[in-house]
Design a protein around this ligand. Structure first.
Ligand code: DGT
Ligand code: CA
Ligand code: CA
Ligand code: ZN
Length: 570
């Protein structure tokens, strides 16, 4: 079992307990455990094999969870989970994740109407039968129906970071097949889309290769869907589908271009080819029957007088005009990033101390960082008002010790329902960098929500708006908000907008980033790390930034410290 499998088990337990109405502390313990495991840099299995290592030393893993991990490892299942599953229908978990519902309402549906599946829920909502239940008015019913449509639409898509958990070990395994010349992932994965439907791998061989036999013998195969000499498909344990193609070496570039897509991008390529009397497909570029080229992607683009286009831009969203005009953006790189401007510590809901986060940022070679614990109104997780002084004194001390990194005093200040900030000007005055964000009361009209956020953005101390739309990929739709208006106000106020790099946020989205860039608004890419290992989510932020056409100059945290601080002046 991989870490993600252990994490899923604890996540499922937490969901089931929540539907049962169990003690919130107990539920949180499982959620924390899941989070710890999911972001662990080392496989749990290797910890289990190591006599010295103690699971109990991991943050959030007590004796109880450690015992469950061992049971899972030894028996492949968990008695406790099996019992829970007998008590609560599993599909209620799916129901509870529909926007507008939650564990309590899922329970109501079950108790009151004996609804245990999404299909039953859809039927009941369409028939207006939910109105019997207290609190289930017509608005909620409509929302539920919309949520079901979304649920069906996204079923089966993996977040990019989740796909990575499977893709990296698989590639490493495939490289051992022998006789291979090339091996690369194409498709939406190569375009670094925020979610992927399946994984498309291309290979070439330098002679005979046992690649396909090797592929289907992979230890994590759940089901072989097809096997042939040039194409095989399988489903991995965990559900991800992988297509593997072995292509001729002289076609590799053409195949790479074709299978990288997107489909919309390919259609334009083929059209331009046709205008010039060329046939372009996955085997190459042809004039009549004659193969003109196809060995590299560059050749394919050059055949239609275009420069090579970075995969992240291949969406038919303006890349052809830009390529013709020689104005393709110069892709941002991970090592352009000089600081991380959103992270949490044990003062709020982070798992590590300020000192540990500083150390982790120094290890990553950053020039600056901001510690942005939640503000006090988030009752369960926020920093306590009386702790600011203590934290800032601690930052001063840490700063004394380290002259290679600037530690900015900050806070992720909650935007209250009326658009005011959760902290007074006296405390804000102590900060070097002020980030604001919405964390509650999502259920407002678009106009009200936009007014609420832009009102807060106009506060003179504010520097950045975090996760501007609040969406959680595969889990929560964005709250209704006019992003164009946020961009406009950011521009007027000299504010930065955040690209939150958490793999389930990636908020702003790629097309929003493009919009911000065109308006001249700076983006700050932050990981919102809740533990040191999550600082590595920066790469997903950079991927998303590339999809949003951002160049170095568009991203605030690529600037050297002094210039970055100048960006904060109004
Ligand atoms: P996904 O898997 O849904 O996240 O998205 P993709 O883009 O990886 O799509 P996939 O796996 O269906 O196909 C991989 C690429 O192959 C796709 O990006 C473009 C190319 N392709 C697939 N079907 C067609 C097609 O009917 N026409 C064209 N022009 N290209 C196609
Ligand atoms: Ca794909
Ligand atoms: Ca595919
Ligand atoms: Zn936040």
């Amino acid at each position: 079992m991989e870490n993600i499998d252990y994490a899923r088990v604890f996540g499922e337990i937490a969901d089931l307990l929540e539907i049962q109405g169990a003690n919130p502390f107990r539920i949180r313990a499982y959620r924390n455990g899941a989070r710890t495991i999911e972001t662990l840099s080392q496989p749990i299995e290797s910890l289990l094999a190591d006599e010295e290592a103690r699971l109990e030393d991991l943050p959030g893993i007590g004796k109880d969870l450690a015992g469950k991990i061992r049971e899972l490892h030894e028996t492949g299942e968990l008695n406790f989970l099996n019992e829970l599953r007998r008590e609560v229908p599993a599909s209620l978990v799916q129901i509870m994740h529909i926007p507008g519902l939650g564990p309590k309402r899922a329970r109501q549906l079950w108790d009151g109407l004996e609804i245990t599946s999404v299909e039953e829920l859809e039927e009941a909502a369409k028939a207006g039968a939910l109105e019997e239940l207290p609190g289930f008015g017509p608005t909620l019913q409509e929302r539920i129906l919309k949520g079901i449509v979304e649920l069906k639409a996204r079923a089966g898509r993996f977040k990019l970071a989740d796909a990575d958990i499977y893709v990296h070990p698989l590639l490493e395994y495939l490289r051992k097949a022998g006789g291979l010349a090339d091996l690369e992932v194409a498709g939406s994965y190569r375009r670094r889309c925020e979610t992927v439907g399946d994984i498309d791998i291309l290979a070439t061989s330098s002679g005979e290769s046992p690649l396909m036999d090797h592929f289907v013998a992979y230890r994590d195969v759940q089901e072989v869907l097809a096997k042939g000499p040039t194409k095989s498909s399988l489903r991995l344990k965990g559900g991800l589908q992988v297509d593997l193609r072995l292509v001729p070496r002289e076609s590799y570039g053409a195949a790479m271009a074709y299978f990288t897509g997107s489909k919309a991008h390919n259609i334009v390529i083929r059209g331009i080819g046709r205008e010039r009397g060329l046939k372009i497909n996955e085997y190459g570029v042809f004039e009549g029957e004659r193969l003109v080229c196809g060995r590299t992607e560059e050749e394919v683009y050059a055949a239609i007088d275009l420069p090579w286009v970075p995969p992240e831009l291949r969406e038919d969203r303006g890349e052809f005009d830009a390529a013709r005009a020689g104005r393709l953006p110069e892709s941002l790189r991970l090592d352009d990033i000089r600081g991380d401007l959103q992270m949490h510590t044990t003062y709020s809901d982070g798992r590590q101390s300020a000192a540990e986060m500083v150390e982790a940022c120094r290890e990553r070679g950053y020039e600056y960082m901001a510690i942005t614990d939640h503000s006090p109104s988030l009752a369960m997780t926020g920093i306590k008002a009386e702790d600011f002084e203590r934290q800032y004194a601690e930052i001063d001390e840490l700063q004394e010790k380290h002259d290679d990194i600037r530690i900015l005093k900050s806070c992720e200040v909650d935007i209250l329902e009326d658009g005011s900030l959760d902290l007074g000007d006296d405390i804000l005055a102590l900060m070097d960098f002020v980030v604001i964000a919405v964390h509650s009361k999502f259920n407002m009209s678009r106009a009200d929500m936009t007014r609420r956020i832009t009102g807060a953005m106009r506060h003179p101390k504010v520097n950045a708006l975090a996760h501007p739309t609040g969406r959680l990929i595969n889990r929560r739709e964005p709250y209704p908000v006019d992003v164009e208006e946020l961009v406009k106000v950011a521009c007027d106020q000299g504010l930065m907008l955040e690209l939150n790099a958490q793999p389930d946020r990636l908020d702003l989205r790629d097309f929003h980033l493009q919009m911000a860039r065109e308006a001249g608004v700076k983006i700050v890419i932050s990981t919102d790390a809740h533990r040191a290992a999550e600082l590595d989510y920066m790469r997903y932020g950079v991927d998303q930034a590339r999809r949003g056409w951002l160049e170095r100059a568009d991203v605030g945290n690529t600037y050297a410290l002094e210039e970055f601080l100048k960006l904060l002046e109004k």
